[in-house]
Design a protein around this ligand. Sequence first.
Ligand SMILES: Cc1cc2nc3c(=O)[nH]c(=O)nc-3n(C[C@H](O)[C@H](O)[C@H](O)COP(=O)(O)OP(=O)(O)OC[C@H]3O[C@@H](n4cnc5c(N)ncnc54)[C@H](O)[C@@H]3O)c2cc1C
Ligand SMILES: *[C@@H]1O[C@H](CO)[C@@H](O)[C@H](O)[C@H]1NC(C)=O
Ligand SMILES: *[C@@H]1O[C@H](CO)[C@@H](O)[C@H](O)[C@H]1NC(C)=O
Ligand SMILES: *[C@@H]1O[C@H](CO)[C@@H](O)[C@H](O)[C@H]1NC(C)=O
Ligand SMILES: *[C@@H]1O[C@H](CO)[C@@H](O)[C@H](O)[C@H]1NC(C)=O
Ligand SMILES: *[C@@H]1O[C@H](CO)[C@@H](O)[C@H](O)[C@H]1NC(C)=O
Length: 549
Amino acid sequence: MNHPIPNASIFSLFLLLISTPWAHPLASLQEDFSQCLSENSEISIPFSTALITPNNSTFLPFLQSSAQNLRYLVPTAPKPEFIFTPLHDSHVQAAVICSKQLGVHLRVRSGGHDYEAASYVSQIETPFVVVDLAKLRSVIVDIQDNSTWAQAGASIGEVYYRIAEKSKTHGFPAGLCTSLGVGGHITGGAYGTMMRKYGLGADNVIDAKIIDVSGRVLDRAAMGEDLFWAIRGGGGGSFGIILWWKIKLVPVPETVTVFTVPKTLETGATKILHKWQQVAATELDEDLFMRVVIQVSEDSKTANKTVTTLYQAQFLGGADRLLDVVQTSFPELGLTKKDCTETSWLKAVMYIAGYPSSTPPEVLLEGKSTFKNYFKAKSDFVKDPIPESGLEGFWKRLMEEESPLVILNPYGGMMGRISETAIPFPHRKVLFKIQYLTTWQDEKEDEGKHMDWIRKLYNYMAPYVTMFPRQAYVNYRDLDLGVNKKSNISFIEASAWGKRYFKDNFNRLIKIKTKVDPDNFFRHEQSIPPLPLPARSRTRGHHHTKQNS
Ligand SMILES: Cc1cc2nc3c(=O)[nH]c(=O)nc-3n(C[C@H](O)[C@H](O)[C@H](O)COP(=O)(O)OP(=O)(O)OC[C@H]3O[C@@H](n4cnc5c(N)ncnc54)[C@H](O)[C@@H]3O)c2cc1C
Ligand SMILES: *[C@@H]1O[C@H](CO)[C@@H](O)[C@H](O)[C@H]1NC(C)=O
Ligand SMILES: *[C@@H]1O[C@H](CO)[C@@H](O)[C@H](O)[C@H]1NC(C)=O
Ligand SMILES: *[C@@H]1O[C@H](CO)[C@@H](O)[C@H](O)[C@H]1NC(C)=O
Ligand SMILES: *[C@@H]1O[C@H](CO)[C@@H](O)[C@H](O)[C@H]1NC(C)=O
Ligand SMILES: *[C@@H]1O[C@H](CO)[C@@H](O)[C@H](O)[C@H]1NC(C)=O
């Protein structure tokens, strides 16, 4: 049944059409696809488990398994024709070859954390299929070489666990949330608690294996420095399918210190946050990453609605030196020794990810996320401290929403020393990034109300954040910034979001895309577009293309 001869599949489609009018005519797509896969894969594929069709009861649970944003799992959200879960690199190659041959739109999913579900929902065309890399999650750590090969389907938490298993003094500077898939995460940048000391995950990639549009596996030498540049920060789903990353491990001390200190409006949140903005990126030691998590809560004494700012930190060193650092540059926080917990790097990772301290680290091997909800998010970057009056208006707006969440993430240190063009990620010389979220738990909630609220908040913040372009983080994908409406998108439309995510690096990304995938096979709502044919011939021979003039 999984290996039909072509005539039989045409015949059975014919039978389906005449005898069962309710049958989905695309049934033959699945058959043709599995036929093509078995012809194009050196290693045989166990189709009964690797090709998950909607008529199987495991289809929806599997589709939902790693998906993070419940907004895109509602019954009306577009669903793939089937999900293919390769067990071997060559299966992924076959999937690219067959999608191209059969002309079916393909999406690729690693950890499923895409904010707008680009890895498993296509809003621009149907039918589409999902290639899910969840079963490709090897992590090969080489401590002598200070390096690791991580397969795209592994979670970043598994990578951290496997490193820590081999060494107490090696780590990797990527995301805080441990269930992120390394496939999508690192290709969009990947910031975390060690970014001020070592830069982004993408800054610490030394090699990769990617499947290109022809189904070839290319390493760094074979793909060339242009494509290798593009995949380190240019965002997922535009250039090919990343199979493996080779990452450079960084030194971490045996003792790492963490703390969380809350400040409410009643305990001076506004003035303290004003000071944090002036020191977090510029004055505090690079070993210290102190983010601010902002929520609306009830004041414990008055039961009034208030804003809580949580100062949550990881310090690469012991508590005594940490206290020195904070008391020198940021005494307003009032940090004391009893706020501080000394622990290992891996336990610090788990603390920041929100696991209770008694959780065994093996939970990281499950690659499961700790929470899921309906959410909408947006991001901004800040270069000059927001004045207290600006913060006060901000608090007022936060208190109008049920479950707002805002996270301020300090830059400085190594981030500011890496050039804006070193990789596509351009946000280097800023004080901090803002992430705004609104979340809800009930499917029946009015989504529009929450969307309106966050869009208005975003408008309110305009005077305080980067402009021309108003920068945004590609890993916090935001479809409000613009969407590729057709498979044949113009790059001028795309620059609405492209310039915000990549600044002028967007131009180089377009050129590389035009070279490696001119027919735009790898595409989604916000994938890098190739130059249209007329523009290609116009700019031939010129070193710089002037897309926006
Ligand atoms: C709860 C939560 C916490 C987060 N915390 C952080 C954080 O601390 N730091 C940070 O930097 N970001 C963070 N992010 C954002 C995260 O980095 C991005 O959502 C990232 O794209 C997730 O990668 P993924 O593989 O899990 O997602 P997916 O949804 O699988 O993929 C994301 C995009 O990449 C493409 N893609 C997936 N796999 C591949 C592949 N193998 N090759 C090529 N393209 C691929 C997809 O098609 C999609 O376009 C967070 C997100 C969430 C939901
Ligand atoms: C599910 O659908 C596929 C493709 O249409 C078909 O080959 C298979 O027989 C179906 N399985 C069941 C149990 O109906
Ligand atoms: C449904 O999927 C499961 C797991 O992927 C597989 O074991 C089972 O054989 C499938 N059932 C049918 C009827 O295809
Ligand atoms: C690995 O890192 C350590 C510590 O940074 C360094 O001393 C050593 O030379 C590195 N080894 C290699 C092979 O790069
Ligand atoms: C907060 O609570 C106190 C005591 O319950 C009350 O007097 C005060 O007016 C409240 N403040 C606001 C801003 O609601
Ligand atoms: C793409 O768009 C161009 C002009 O915008 C048009 O000439 C061309 O036919 C389109 N191609 C496809 C495949 O739609």
